[in-house]
Design a protein around this ligand. Sequence first.
Ligand code: HEC
Ligand code: HEC
Ligand code: HEC
Ligand code: HEC
Ligand code: HEC
Ligand code: HEC
Ligand code: HEC
Ligand code: HEC
Length: 485
Amino acid sequence: MKRRRLLLPSVATALLFLGLNNLAFAADSPAKTLDEDQMAQADCVGCHINVNPGIVKQHMEGPHANTKKVEDEVRCHDCHGVDHKTMDDVEKASMPTPEICGECHKKQARQHRDGKHNLAWLAMKSQIAWHGQPGSITEQGYRGCSGCHKIGEKGLLAATQGNLGDVKRDGGKEAATYRYGNAQCDACHTRHSFKASEAMDPRACSNCHMGFDHPQWEMYTSAKHGIVWQIEGHVNEGGRAPTCQTCHLSEGDHEVRTAWGFLGLRIPTKENVLALIDVAPSLKEPLTKLAGLLPSGHYMDVDDDPQWTFDRALILQAAGILDASLQPTERFIEIVVQGQAARGPEEFNVERKKMKATCNKCHAQGFVNEHFKASDEIIKAADHEFAKAITAVQALYKDGILQKPEGWEYAPDLLQYYEAKTSIEQELYLIMLEYRQRTFQGAFHASNDYMHWYGWAPLKTAVNTILEEAKRMRAEHDSKKMAAK
Ligand code: HEC
Ligand code: HEC
Ligand code: HEC
Ligand code: HEC
Ligand code: HEC
Ligand code: HEC
Ligand code: HEC
Ligand code: HEC
């Protein structure tokens, strides 16, 4: 364990400190002199016990002030530096990033950095709908997107040359414009207790993994796993029921990632796309070109039905990830490659195998395989319904019944979210971000109600509404044209 050495000596307000601290040196012998670290700690604590008693109490009762070995004790200045010393230089206190935590917790910091959570800020900023919302929702205020997505690292830059999968770092520039919210690790281990037990409780995930487009908390607590966890007294490890952490941070691995991901997308393989040519020969040229850019391989468990590949190509097109001639756009690079919104076959299979092995600890292989097969098929069914609705809206644009809004690069554009200009496109957005999400996420989390009544049922309703509305708009357009003649 590497300890950050103190560079500057400070004046100790040791007497105040001795009164409230349980440190060994105090018990040892009052005559023993304090070293620089202890003096600095006495300063911070001595003043802050009056300034923010809650913070001092949590720190003093927490693991960092009560380490197994006394000499490992972690002090305020290990995370905040020593430059701030008085009431008047508060801005000199520094705020920790995962690098600071990582000086002592290398493994967790590395896993987190390599994982999906670290990409959360980049993924948020890759969204066209993120632009143009008030800053208190998307940036400094942390009252919306940014409040949840601050679990990700700031200042990740998309690589524009070389390996497009790489991300570069801006050397702390973006983070420096934020006073708070760069710590990331405190998303699950809240300050200043920093408890492992808190992070192991599924409720620790529930402030973010809930609600509109990712109600994992609601699904978990309405499925047998979460219900048993509740009935049996919230046992987090070694209990009968798995928690979010059992399945997603197994063995304490901080590198969270799932096979399908948030959007239930995957990168089509070369083979998938070439197989499509037989079904749609007129698209031979663009499909051959597209196939040349894609990885080769096979997704375990998942079938290669060309209709499904086609449905998914339409979804990617409506999201502006593939263009009108089915070629990848800059969004493909930013969202799919760099934000890792979809996995290729190699990564998918690794994650799927890992997850199945976790289920196998409590369930039979056959039972687990059935569960995954059914859930994968539900994505396929949802994609087919979604594609019908997309086709109808695309045709409205093609036939001039809808006009591309000014400033939009693509239309329809699912990633405009709630900025969509027509009610028919508002429905399409709800399918993408609410109903389809709930359908497959509910299936994987064994919440039948979310899968069906909050997912599939409104999805079908919305598709029917869209088809009906498209018909009506078309008729209205035709009769206007007739009248004009
Ligand atoms: C003489 C009193 C005093 C001493 C000594 C002191 N602080 Fe502070 N500190 C303050 C005050 C006052 C604030 C402002 C608190 C507020 O706004 O509620 C503050 C704020 C902070 C902040 C938050 C800064 C922010 O922008 O929100 C941190 C972190 C901090 N102190 C850490 C430390 C550390 C670490 C030490 C010891 C190296 C220390 N303090 C020593 C009085 C002190
Ligand atoms: C100077 C070294 C150091 C730094 C910096 C540090 N820690 Fe720790 N941390 C420790 C030590 C030492 C322990 C306790 C291990 C022991 O009991 O011996 C610990 C324990 C923990 C635990 C486990 C607590 C438990 O309930 O068992 C968590 C979680 C944790 N730290 C998170 C963090 C986070 C998050 C940061 C950054 C904001 C951080 N640490 C910064 C040294 C450090
Ligand atoms: C502060 C909010 C926050 C908390 C707390 C949080 N997450 Fe996340 N989580 C996110 C965000 C945002 C993403 C999306 C990151 C991305 O994909 O760029 C995410 C992504 C994930 C993913 C990856 C899904 C995929 O795309 O494959 C998993 C799994 C996950 N979280 C599980 C958990 C678990 C389990 C917990 C609790 C131990 C947890 N998260 C706590 C915000 C949070
Ligand atoms: C293990 C690392 C760690 C230690 C030790 C630590 N802090 Fe913090 N502190 C944090 C983190 C993380 C934040 C949140 C930073 C952010 O939002 O970017 C924080 C924020 C703060 C804040 C401002 C935010 C708030 O909630 O008001 C104050 C004040 C503060 N710490 C004081 C202290 C004092 C005093 C001590 C010692 C008793 C201490 N800290 C010890 C990690 C630490
Ligand atoms: C998504 C939630 C989440 C985030 C974010 C997170 N942790 Fe953890 N952390 C956990 C969970 C869950 C455990 C308990 C793992 C276990 O023992 O099974 C844990 C355990 C730990 C432990 C104790 C390990 C042990 O063996 O006792 C340390 C130390 C730790 N985390 C440090 C960090 C650091 C440093 C960061 C930031 C780089 C971080 N964590 C970010 C969820 C999280
Ligand atoms: C019994 C194991 C299990 C539990 C418990 C569990 N999950 Fe999952 N989770 C899964 C499986 C399986 C998938 C889909 C994996 C795949 O893509 O193949 C998944 C997918 C996810 C995803 C990606 C999007 C999605 O929903 O399909 C996130 C995020 C996530 N889970 C978070 C959570 C959170 C947060 C909790 C706790 C509230 C939780 N999970 C509880 C097994 C579990
Ligand atoms: C309540 C917390 C919360 C809010 C608010 C929120 N998100 Fe998220 N976001 C998450 C979580 C959690 C995930 C991961 C869910 C999953 O994998 O199922 C996520 C996933 C994402 C992803 C997918 C990342 C990927 O690679 O799969 C994008 C993009 C995204 N959010 C953008 C945004 C934007 C833009 C906003 C605001 C307009 C926003 N989010 C608001 C919590 C939130
Ligand atoms: C720690 C043990 C444990 C793990 C790990 C676990 N389960 Fe379960 N599971 C249970 C228990 C206990 C029940 C409730 C009793 C029963 O139905 O067998 C249950 C029930 C279920 C049910 C039945 C729900 C119902 O309504 O009938 C399904 C489906 C299921 N689990 C799937 C999975 C899948 C898939 C995984 C892995 C992603 C998994 N489980 C991981 C313990 C576990």
